[in-house]
Design a protein around this ligand. Structure first.
Ligand code: ZN
Length: 255
């Protein structure tokens, strides 16, 4: 399995529009972060988790030319606002793109993207999706791979993380209960969000993320959904435990 980090930034991305913060002014490419998303390839399958406002640029940057499914973690705009840009995949693949998400997320998207979800009087060329509900404790199977949803609390908003064999991807976590944490037992590579040093009402801080990684004990962990307030990539990386890495845009890992 290959995992490509399409974006590793928090909701505003880095640089933030109009910001004079030194991290936003950094020339290090690892300090440039699009909105959070990953592209996973497995055998012949190709799927993306979340479809934020940078989706088009991310597909171009990564060279992704095939999309078998989109998985949504939750409905917030930094994870969904790019849905219109699946159109090239509709044209190339000549069929609706399966989109997986919690019932509430699919309903929310159907309101916000009415023209995509409507079945009558469709605009020719509008994006085409096949909504598929993700239910907690019910795995999704794709190309021989079991995908396990993991229920996460994002400060009152329900979020799904997903485990794919030895790999798990969790973003926008603030709290998780024990039965959900148990779904991560034995995972080799864990991705989890770490916003900044300061506590936040709906995201793990860096220390929250490190405590969580210590609990789960993966071989390796990658941090994502990063704010410019966390600091320069290079400096923060030096302070992390030896099996914990700050993810960065266009990082590729093999599991
Ligand atoms: Zn987010």
């Amino acid at each position: 399995m290959q995992v490509y980090f399409l974006g590793t930034g928090t909701s505003q991305g880095i640089p933030v529009i109009g910001s004079n913060h030194s991290v936003c002014k950094s020339n290090d490419l690892k300090d440039k972060r699009l909105r959070v998303s990953v592209w996973i390839t497995w055998n012949e399958s190709s799927f993306v988790i979340d479809c934020g406002p940078d989706f088009r640029q991310q597909m171009l940057n990564s060279g992704c030319t095939k999309l078998d499914a989109l998985f949504f973690t939750h409905e917030h705009a930094d994870h969904t606002a790019g849905l219109d840009d699946i159109r090239p995949f509709n044209f190339m693949q000549a069929k609706p793109i399966p989109i997986y998400g919690h019932k509430y997320v699919l309903e929310n998207l159907a309101q916000r993207f009415d023209y995509i979800f409507r079945t009558e009087n469709r605009y020719p060329g509008a994006p085409s999706v096949q909504p598929i509900e993700v239910i907690n404790n019910q795995s999704v199977f794709m190309d021989g791979l079991e995908i396990i949803p993991i229920d996460v609390d994002h400060g009152g908003t329900q979020v799904f993380g997903y485990r794919f064999g030895d790999f798990a991807y969790l973003t926008d976590v603030k709290r998780m209960n024990g039965t959900e944490i148990d779904k991560l037992i034995g995972v080799k590579v864990l991705v989890v969000n770490a916003l900044r040093e300061e506590p936040h009402h709906s995201h793990f801080s860096l220390q929250d993320a490190l405590d969580f990684i210590h609990l789960v004990q993966p071989e390796k962990a990658f941090l994502t959904h990063i704010s410019h307030l966390l600091g320069f990539h290079e400096e923060v990386q030096k302070r992390l435990p030896k099996n914990v890495f700050l993810a960065y845009d266009n990082l590729k890992i093999t599991i």
